[in-house]
Structures are given as C-alpha cells and as structure tokens.
Design a protein around this ligand. Structure first.
Ligand code: GLP
Length: 234
C-alpha cells in the first residue's frame, strides 16, 4: 500500500475526486465501491463539481456501497440517504444501478459484485479503531459480506449523527475484508488526529487487530493522509 501525504482534507478531496471523475470519463460503465462518513465528502463534492462542469455522464455507472446500518430507526441516518444527499441526487446516476448490502441476504452481495464485473475502484474511510466498512477489529481477513455487532467505540464515534447514543443502531451489514480487497484499485482516506493511531497500526503489521492492515501489502491500494492522520509516520 502506498501512503500519499497531503496538507489537508480539501487537497485529498480534489485529488481523489479527480481520479474518480477521470475514471468515469474513461470508462462510463465503471463499477465504483463507495463509502460514507465525513472522510469522502470533499471527494463527492469534487466529483459533482467536475460532473457539472464537464457534463460527465454517470448514467451507466454502477455502485456498491460498503455498508449499511441494520434497523436504523432514524431514516435520515441511513447510508442510502447519505449517498443520495452527497452524490446520487447531484449527478445523473441511475438509482437502479446503486447497491447497498441487504441484511436479509448478506452473502448475495459478493455474488452481485462479481456479476457486475468486480469493483474498479473502492473508496474507503477508516474508523478510529482501524475498521474499514464496518469490519471491526478481529474480523477474519477472508470475510465476505456479513452482519456485524457494532463495538461501543464505533457506536459512540457515530453518535454525533444521531439524537443520542441510544439511537445508534447496534448492528450493520458490511462488505467483508476479502470483498474489499478484490477491488482493482483501493483508495483509503484518513484525516485528523483521531485517525493517527489507526494509520500507524495499519502500516505496521498485517494483523486482524487492525482491519485496515489487510491492505498493508496490497499493491493496488493507496492511503491518502493529511498531516494530522500521518502524525506517527512522518
Ligand atoms: C463509519 C463507516 C466507515 C467509515 C468510518 C469513518 O463507521 N461505517 O465506513 O470509514 O465510519 O467515518 P468518518 O469518515 O466520518 O471518520
């Protein structure tokens, strides 16, 4: 995995957004693996900016999101809603081509991705505990899409989006670590001091205690870090 250092989140958003916009221009039927959270927001803004300016056509793009909450009482916090707001409603994507893992049939997601030809580019954030998607520490590296029990750390990190900690779902469905690593290109975004320990662990040993470290020796993966997230690497 290559680590690419950038000054701040805005710079990362521009560079990663340009990579994705260029990919869709070159291959209009690209298969994108997408992420939620604050990390990819600048990237989505850049994609939308480029799409508007250059009339980039998203109508044949196919997307597979990393994860989704199970039984999310607050409809406004579902990851589908997040994607509608930050990307899907802002480009001419065909919503029928946008996929989220289904808690009723998690195993089918890997088959659907394979049927679509596999993911060309997978975007990732990283949790403060090193999770990617919702693959919490000690998830096997060979895992496929599955249901997870969220850790208290992840629930409290995500509580800022909900009215209270009690409203944060206790379960989610996520692409597994083997699902993620099958993508032909992987871009992980990490910004802020809160991610610095996870980034250091990710680069140290390939160990299940840090799920993101599954990418350590992956030649198709790049981590874009701002100065704060890269604190222990610089
Ligand atoms: C959530 C998501 C992850 C995401 C992580 C980091 O738990 N399931 O996919 O990477 O949060 O979020 P943020 O980018 O807001 O720090």
């Amino acid at each position: 995995m290559e680590v690419i250092y950038k000054k701040n989140a805005e710079e990362i958003g521009i560079e990663v957004g340009d990579i994705i916009a260029d990919l869709v221009k070159a291959k209009p039927n690209s298969v994108l693996g997408l992420a939620t959270g604050s990390s990819p927001i600048d990237t989505y803004n850049r994609i939308v900016e480029r799409a508007e300016k250059e009339k980039i056509d998203f109508s044949r793009v196919v997307t597979f999101n990393l994860d989704e909450y199970v039984d999310c009482g607050d409809e406004t916090q579902t990851y589908r809603r997040f994607m509608d707001e930050h990307l899907f409603n802002r480009v001419n994507i065909n919503k029928a081509n946008t996929h989220f893992p289904d808690a009723a049939h998690p195993e089918k997601y890997d088959e659907e991705i394979a049927k679509a030809g596999g993911v060309d580019l997978q975007l990732l954030g990283i949790g403060a505990n090193g999770h990617i998607g919702f693959n919490e520490p000690n998830t096997p590296f060979n895992s496929k899409t599955h249901i997870v029990e969220l850790t208290e750390k992840t629930r409290s990190d995500n509580a800022r989006f909900f009215k209270s900690l009690d409203d944060v779902p206790t379960k989610a469905v996520t692409m597994g670590l083997s699902t993620i690593t099958k993508a032909r290109k992987i871009i992980l975004i990490a910004t802020g001091i809160n991610k610095s320990a996870a980034i250091a662990l990710m680069c140290r040993d390939r160990d299940v205690s840090c799920p993101a470290s599954v990418l350590k020796d992956n030649k198709n993966a790049a981590a874009y870090c701002d100065e704060a997230a890269a604190k222990y690497l610089l």
